[in-house]
Structures are given as structure tokens and as C-alpha cells.
Design a protein around this ligand. Structure first.
Ligand SMILES: *Cc1c(COP(=O)(O)O)cnc(C)c1O
Length: 398
């Protein structure tokens, strides 16, 4: 065994001992409320395909047509010769959907965060993050070279303190560039950010705001643009980010806002410039997902999703001011969460345990998500499996 492998073996062993070991499970079916793993069918309660679009015929057909017409591969990065029509169509559709001047698509939401934050902020600047921000926002903030400040989850007073401190640091005349970054609907807790208060503060303190709507786009607001629309603050967010891989049912990420922002990112976002463009099928599927979300059929799916969420007992899903499809079933201990997930699997229910570093240590959970594709029978099966193992979620202690 090489010395590297020897070293890595030891590290893997300690991950196992801490209940933090992860492994892939090969899914041999298409995505949906039922998935097949190892020849067995499971009720899937862990997908971000909130509207059940991943297998929707309109998206499959759009992907197939784009592959037939433009090929399987994209050939190069967008700035070399890979900026094919489907990418432009997708970005036009995105900008129109979001009601903004322009949009730019990336190969993933992760790449969008890395590209955008890295282009906007650097040495001498400040990035201020909500403590529970997604790993891609944290990584981007760390990599960009700016000073990184973190406020307690959704703690508006804490954010204000940091804004004041950072503005005073440089003394008069030397105001730093400050970028405040948060999610709208938090990916592992399903709660929402106080976007109105945050927007108010960043304006008062001359900062810019970036909001990751990975779990908001397609689901909230009169035009389904996201939580920012629902809360009436879209116009005050300089950098709107999201993914094409959740409610839109495809894959990829985006940043949208002003034409100037997009023009700048084309020039400076390294994850955009130095990466092969997404395949034509992916862009076309995402554009079809956006069209579906805006259609009457999309509205029916959304109603179904919220009806499914409302059908869960309050014991599992305490009522929220803003309904959410992400329902954390808290266990606490990492190994206990893994064991709970295994017990549910024995009963045919698939909800992986989410542990550190995805969530803070000691807050391991089963991250239950519902989609529009779940049926009443699915929800009954979920509840009877949870009852059979005697599960009751811990209350959050934050
Ligand atoms: C999933 C997710 C991302 C990453 O998007 P991908 O397209 O999957 O790379 C970014 N932010 C949040 C909050 C997410 O949940």
C-alpha cells in the first residue's frame, strides 16, 4: 500500500468512528418518488426535484432534441466556441422569468457561487455570510481572498454589528466594498432568511447583497421567481443566484441581475471562463423546466407540493410562516442519525442522514423533502415507517 493510501485509510477509519463516513448508493431507476437501489424499490423522500420535473416528458424531449441538433458535447468553454444557441435561449428565458436585465448560466450552482463571489470580491473587500450558508458560498468566500465575517443564523442585529464595524475599520473615506451573502430558503433547515431586514441594512450601510435562491426559485412569489419576490425585495438584491437542478428539474446554476453584472461575470468569473460549457441537452432541459414552472401545469404541481407539505402532522413538520418542502427530522448524534436512516431503509423509505460538515456537529438529521410527485399513499408509507421505528424528531436548540 502506498504511503498516501495508508494515510487516507486512517482518515477514513476515523470518519467511520465519528459516524461521518459517506458512501454512494447506485440508483438504477430514473429519479422520482420511487427509486430502485440494489434491485429494491424505495420511497424517495430526499429529492430536490420539488415539482417532479426531472422526468417530465417536456424536459426529456427538449434534452433529446437539443442533443440531436447540437450534439452530446459542448466542445469548449463558452468564450472559446461553446456558446451555442441553447445557452443563449436558456439565459434569455431565465432573465425574462426572473424579471431582470440579464442572466448567466454555469455548469452548477456551486460553480455559479464560486465564479460570482470570486469575481466581485477580493483582497481588501469584505464578505459577510450567514452562519448556515451552503458550502459553495462558504468556499467561494474563503477562496476569493476577502475578509470573511460570519453572523449567527438569521441574526439581523449581528449582521448590523458587523456592517458597522467593517465600515469603521478603514476610517473616513476608505469605505471597503462589502458583499452580504445569504440563502433565501436554507437548504438543510428549510427556514427562510429575513430578506427585507437584510436588504434594509445593506442599503443603510452601503453594502451589496447576494441571495442564493437554490430552494426558492420556482416555488415562491406571484411569478414564482423566488422568496425575494414573495417578500417584495427582488429589486434590492444586486446578485441573484440559483440552481437549475432543483425545482427546474435539470442541472446547472445561474446568476442574474443587471446587464453590467452579467457582462462583468463573462469577463471575470473563473468557473465560467475556464470550464467547458454544459452540454446542449442540459441547457435545453433547464429552459423547458423554466417554461413548465411558468405554465398552468406548473401551478398545479406547486399546489400539490404545498398540499403534501400541509398533510404531514405538525409533530414532524411544525407549521411555518412560509411553507417549505425541506423538513429536517433532527436526531442530533451522527451515528444515531445513520442508524435511523438504516432502519427506515429496511422499511423501504430512503432518507439519508445529513451530518457534519453539511450541518454543524451534533445536529445530524434526516433531511426529509417532499415533492409534488408524492401521493397520499406515499405519505402514509412514510408516516407508518417513522411510527414503526418509534421516531420522534428532536426540537431544534438554536
Ligand atoms: C444545491 C445548492 C447549491 C448548489 O447548486 P448545484 O446546482 O447543485 O451545484 C447552492 N446553494 C444551495 C443553497 C443549494 O442547496
Amino acid at each position: 500500500m502506498s504511503s498516501l493510501d495508508h494515510d487516507l485509510r486512517q482518515r477514513l477509519e476515523s470518519l467511520r468512528q465519528e459516524g461521518l463516513y459517506r458512501e454512494l448508493r447506485c440508483v438504477s431507476s430514473a429519479q422520482g418518488p420511487r427509486i430502485e437501489i440494489g434491485g429494491r424499490s424505495f420511497l424517495n423522500c430526499s429529492s430536490n426535484d420539488y415539482l417532479g420535473l426531472a422526468c417530465e416528458p417536456a424536459l426529456r424531449e427538449a434534452a433529446a432534441e437539443a442533443a440531436a441538433r447540437y450534439g452530446a458535447g459542448a466542445g469548449s468553454s463558452r468564450l472559446i466556441c461553446g456558446s451555442i444557441q441553447p445557452h443563449h435561449d436558456l439565459e434569455d428565458a431565465l432573465a425574462a422569468f426572473k424579471g431582470v436585465e440579464a442572466a448567466i448560466s454555469f455548469s452548477s450552482g456551486y460553480a455559479a457561487a464560486l465564479g460570482a463571489i470570486g469575481a466581485i470580491a477580493g483582497h481588501g473587500d469584505v464578505v459577510i455570510l450567514d452562519k448556515l450558508s451552503h458550502a459553495c458560498l462558504i468556499d467561494a468566500a474563503k477562496l476569493c481572498g476577502a475578509r470573511l465575517r460570519v453572523f449567527k443564523h438569521n441574526d439581523v442585529a449581528g449582521l448590523e454589528r458587523i456592517l458597522r464595524q467593517e465600515n469603521q475599520r478603514g476610517g473616513a473615506g476608505a469605505r471597503p466594498r462589502i458583499l452580504v451573502v445569504t440563502e433565501s430558503i436554507f437548504s438543510m433547515d428549510g427556514d427562510h432568511a429575513p430578506l427585507r431586514e437584510i436588504a434594509e441594512l445593506k442599503d443603510q450601510h452601503g453594502a451589496w447583497l447576494m441571495v442564493d435562491e437554490a430552494h426558492g426559485t420556482g416555488l415562491y412569489g406571484a411569478n414564482r421567481r423566488g422568496l425575494a419576490e414573495e417578500l417584495g425585495v427582488s429589486d434590492r438584491i444586486e446578485v441573484q443566484m440559483g440552481t437549475l437542478g432543483k425545482a427546474f428539474g435539470a442541472a446547472g446554476g445561474y446568476i442574474c441581475g443587471s446587464r453590467t453584472l452579467v457582462e462583468y461575470l463573462v469577463n471575470r468569473a473563473r468557473s465560467f471562463i475556464f470550464s467547458t460549457a454544459p452540454v446542449p441537452a442540459s441547457a435545453a432541459a433547464a429552459a423547458a423546466g423554466i417554461r413548465f414552472v411558468q405554465s398552468g401545469a406548473g401551478e398545479i404541481r406547486r399546489k400539490q407540493l404545498w398540499a403534501n407539505v400541509a398533510a404531514l402532522p405538525a409533530r414532524l413538520a411544525p407549521p411555518r410562516a412560509i411553507p417549505g418542502a425541506i423538513i429536517p427530522l433532527r436526531v442530533g448524534d451522527e451515528s444515531a442519525a445513520v442508524e435511523t436512516a438504516a432502519l427506515l431503509r429496511e422499511r423501504g423509505v430512503f432518507i439519508p442522514a445529513v451530518r457534519y460538515p453539511t450541518v454543524p456537529r451534533g445536529t445530524a438529521r434526516l433531511r426529509l423533502t417532499l415533492t409534488a410527485a408524492h401521493t397520499a399513499e406515499d405519505l402514509r408509507q412514510l408516516q407508518s415507517a417513522l411510527d414503526a421505528i418509534g421516531f420522534s424528531p428532536q426540537l431544534p436548540n438554536r
